[in-house]
Design a protein around this ligand. Structure first.
Ligand code: OGA
Ligand code: MN
Length: 294
C-alpha cells in the first residue's frame, strides 16, 4: 500500500498510513512525509515498532540529530538510552519510575507546560519525533497547538505589536516558573538565555507563526512583568481549543511535529506506573535572532 496522509485535524494534524518506519525509506516516501510536515506541522503514525537505532535512522532522513547536551539535568552515568535519544519517560536506568523527589523527574515536569522543543538553544530544533514504547495507564495525552492559526487569528494591532519583538528563552525560566530553582553553577551556565524572534516565517510555506514557549522569560527592551503578562496573554490566545489537537497514545505510535510551527505539552499522568516515551530531535539550521556576545 502506498503512503497516504489523511487529515486528523483539518488545519494541522495528518495521519500517515502505508509506510513501515522500521525499514529504510525510499526518496519518494521521505519527500511525501516532508511535504506533509510542511502542510500540516504534526504527523501521526501508528503501529511503528521502532527500536532506538531504527528511530534514529528514520530521523536522519530529515537532517542531523540534535545534540541533547544542555537540555536536562541528567548526569553522566544516569542515561537509560543511547546517545541521540532523548529520554522523556519517567524511568531511571533500572526501568523503574523515578522517585517522587528525583531531580530528573521534577525537571521533566516542565514538559507539562506549553513549549517548543529546544527554543532555549541559539539554533532551535526543527522536528521532534516521539515514539510511544509504553503509554501511561492514566492520563499522559500530548497536546499540540497550531501557532500559524494562532498568528493568523491575531488582530491587526497585535500583529503589528509582535512583528519585531525578540524574546529571551531559557530552561531556567520554564523550570523556575514551577519553582524548580536548585541548579548547579554548571547548569546555570549551560542554561544561559538565548534570543528568539517572536514571529517566525516558515521557509517552505511562507506562513507566519507565533514562536511561543514556556522557556520565555522576557522580551528584549521591555519591563519584565509587562513582557510576561503579554506572553501569557498570547499563550492563552494560541492554546484555545480550536487551535489544539489532543493525541491519545497507543503503544507504538510515533508522532512527529515541526517545532517552528507548533507548541506542545504532556498532560499529567499516573507516575507510579512506567510511561516510556523516547524522542529524537532534528536539529535546526539557523538562529531566529542575533545573539548577544557572551
Ligand atoms: C517532548 C515532550 C511530551 C510527552 O518529547 O519533547 O515534550 O508527551 N514530550 O512526553
Ligand atoms: Mn517537548
Amino acid at each position: 500500500m502506498a503512503l497516504s496522509i489523511q487529515p486528523l485535524h483539518p488545519q494541522f494534524v495528518g495521519e500517515v498510513s502505508g509506510v513501515d518506519l522500521t525499514r529504510p525509506l525510499g526518496r519518494d516516501e521521505v519527500a511525501a512525509i516532508e511535504a506533509g510536515m510542511d502542510r500540516y506541522a504534526v504527523l501521526v503514525f501508528h503501529d511503528q515498532r521502532l527500536a532506538d537505532e531504527q528511530q534514529m535512522a528514520f530521523t536522519r532522513n530529515f537532517g542531523e540529530i540534535e545534540n541533547a547536551r544542555g537540555g536536562n539535568v541528567t548526569r553522566a552515568g544516569q542515561h537509560r538510552l543511547p546517545q541521540g535519544m532523548n529520554d522523556v519517560s519517567n524511568l531511571g536506568r533500572d526501568n523503574q519510575p523515578l522517585a517522587r523527589d528525583d531531580r530528573r523527574r521534577l525537571f521533566n515536569l516542565g514538559n507539562q507546560l506549553w513549549h517548543s522543543d529546544s527554543s532555549f538553544r541559539a539554533i532551535p530544533a526543527k522536528y521532534s519525533l516521539l515514539s510511544c514504547r509504553l503509554p501511561a495507564t492514566v492520563g499522559g495525552n500530548t497536546e499540540f497547538a497550531d501557532m500559524r492559526a494562532a498568528y493568523d487569528a491575531l488582530d491587526a494591532r497585535t500583529k503589528e505589536q509582535v512583528a519585531d519583538l525578540i524574546c529571551e528563552h531559557s530552561l531556567m525560566y520554564s523550570r523556575g516558573s514551577l519553582g524548580f530553582t536548585d541548579l548547579t553553577d554548571e547548569e546555570k551556565a549551560l542554561f544561559r538565555p538565548v534570543r528568539q524572534s517572536l514571529v517566525r516565517v516558515h521557509p517552505v510555506s511562507g506562513r507566519a507563526s507565533l514562536y511561543l514557549s514556556s522557556h520565555i522569560g522576557t522580551i528584549v527592551g521591555w519591563p519584565r512583568p509587562e513582557a510576561m503578562a503579554f506572553i501569557r496573554d498570547l499563550v492563552e490566545h494560541a492554546t484555545q481549543p480550536g487551535f489544539v489537537h489532543v493525541h491519545r497514545w497507543r503503544q507504538w505510535d510515533l508522532v512527529m511535529w515541526d517545532n517552528r510551527q507548533t507548541m506542545h505539552r504532556v498532560r499529567r499522568f499516573d507516575e507510579s506506573q512506567p510511561r516510556d516515551m523516547r524522542r529524537t530531535t532534528v536539529a535546526g539550521d539557523a538562529p531566529t535572532a542575533e545573539q548577544i556576545a557572551a
